[in-house]
Ligand binder design. Structure first.
Ligand code: NZQ
Ligand code: ZN
Length: 385
């Protein structure tokens, strides 16, 4: 197990009616910047519920709407501008990962003299941030209890993750009922994303039994509940289990003590940077191709455990078991969850950018548990094509 330091200061209010805790924001100041996306929160009633409580708490609410999936730096800049001109005290993000990530960088940008893009390119420049609160509406990214944010500048085909302790949300409201309205496509993509976070950690571990067995439990939770939520969007227990599993996949509980360098995420971020695809779909497409690429004598024991402990497979032939585990994952993503099965199916119709995308992704993958070179990544893209 690698060394680590851990502190997760987020207060989680979980369950039906958890939004009633919103007036606690009044302890942090007067002026709130409410940030949300393309309008789903107005259709499903969360906006009205939140506004009524904010009004009751006598908070002054300013709004930034229209945060895009794969949030843009241009939107972050608009938010920073409002914070600075209005003297905003805190951020309230209502939405999925994109809205919350955007709010995190706005919160840091509000305390920074220069352009917020500097904070995306260089996390060491993030020294302080306004307090961040959120109401999560989509189970996927785990941003509700982690220090990270992923922001794009699609005019330059750039999408980068950044992070700092001051960007961990102060309080997150997790009401599984608020995810009932999530579409089948986003439910499937979200399940793939949380599984990817868990698997990135799972395949970066050495002698970390505690994290390993927790990761297996999280994966089994996701594999059990993802299909139930897909079929029955209003199934409370399925939505609740997905929500809490997603939070733990990336809050450090499972990842601390593992190699910090992930592989599939840097590769997927390039797909989104160039083609603006849905994050979870890109991960689902790349993960089996990546697994087949890194399966070796060294990693075989990990894949055997994956097949046995996650998928419940049995057999005496380790190589056959390892392949069967990867096949089970493919079947789950592409048949059970209905996720597009290759890059062509998400609109990537030629390989002209594979080289440049691989070059950029390889900056992060060189230090992974199974390191990937630019050439490895091109092969993975081709296998996923
Ligand atoms: O914009 P609105 O109208 O809210 O609609 C959204 C959006 O169209 C919709 N949606 C969200 N909640 C809903 C809902 N629709 C109906 N009912 C609800 N309750 O879903 C669509 C996708 O939303 P988005 O926020 O983009 O999805 P997600 O939560 O998957 O976030 C993806 C972003 O997070 C980043 C990704 O790269 C991507 O940019 N990630 C952030 C991480 C982090 N901060 O730790 C880690 C992840 O690995 C990931 O990279
Ligand atoms: Zn992810």
């Amino acid at each position: 197990m690698y060394n680590f330091s851990m502190q997760i200061p987020t207060r989680i209010h979980f369950g039906k009616g958890a939004v009633s805790h919103l007036p606690e924001l009044a302890n942090y100041g007067k002026k709130v910047l409410l940030v949300y996306g393309g309008g789903s929160i107005k259709k499903n009633g969360i906006y009205d519920a939140a506004m009524a409580l904010l009004k009751e708490a006598e908070l002054e609410v300013h709004e930034l709407s229209g945060v895009e999936p794969n949030p843009r730096i241009q939107t972050v800049r608009r938010g920073v501008e409002i914070c600075k001109s209005e003297g905003i005290d805190m951020l309230l993000a209502i939405g999925g990962g994109s809205t919350i990530d955007c709010s995190k960088v706005i919160a840091a940008g509000a305390k920074y003299e220069g352009d917020a893009w500097d904070l995306v390119l260089d996390a060491s420049k993030i020294r302080e941030a306004l307090p961040i609160f959120d109401i999560l509406t989509l189970s996927a990214t785990g941003t509700e209890m982690d220090p990270y944010a992923v922001i794009s500048d699609l005019t330059k085909n750039e999408k980068w993750g950044t992070g700092a302790p001051c960007m961990i949300p102060t309080m997150s409201i997790l009401d599984p009922e608020y995810t009932y309205s999530v579409s089948k496509k986003q439910t499937a993509a979200g399940t793939a994303d949380m599984m990817s976070h868990t698997m990135e950690n799972y395949f970066s571990m050495e002698n970390a039994d505690c994290q390993k067995f927790m990761a297996e439990g999280l994966l089994r939770t996701m594999i059990k509940n993802g299909p139930v939520a897909l079929e029955n969007p209003d199934n409370y227990d399925a939505r609740a289990n997905l929500m809490w599993a997603a939070t733990h996949a990336i809050n450090g509980i499972v990842g601390d003590g593992c190699s910090p360098a992930w592989c599939v995420h840097p590769m997927e971020h390039e797909l989104s940077a160039f083609y603006d695809i849905t994050h979870g779909e890109g991960l689902a497409i790349l993960t089996p191709a990546w697994m087949e690429h890194i399966l070796s004598e060294k990693t075989l024991p990990h894949f055997v455990e994956f097949a046995k402990n996650v998928w419940g497979l049995t057999g005496d032939d380790d190589w056959a078991l390892a392949h069967a585990g990867i096949d089970a994952l493919k079947k789950f993503f592409f048949e059970t969850m209905g996720i597009p099965a290759n890059l062509r199916a998400v609109g990537i119709t030629d390989d002209k950018n594979f080289d440049i995308m691989a070059q950029k992704a390889s900056k992060a993958t060189g230090h992974a548990y199974v390191a990937l070179t630019k050439e490895d990544i091109v092969e993975i893209f081709k296998a996923a094509f």
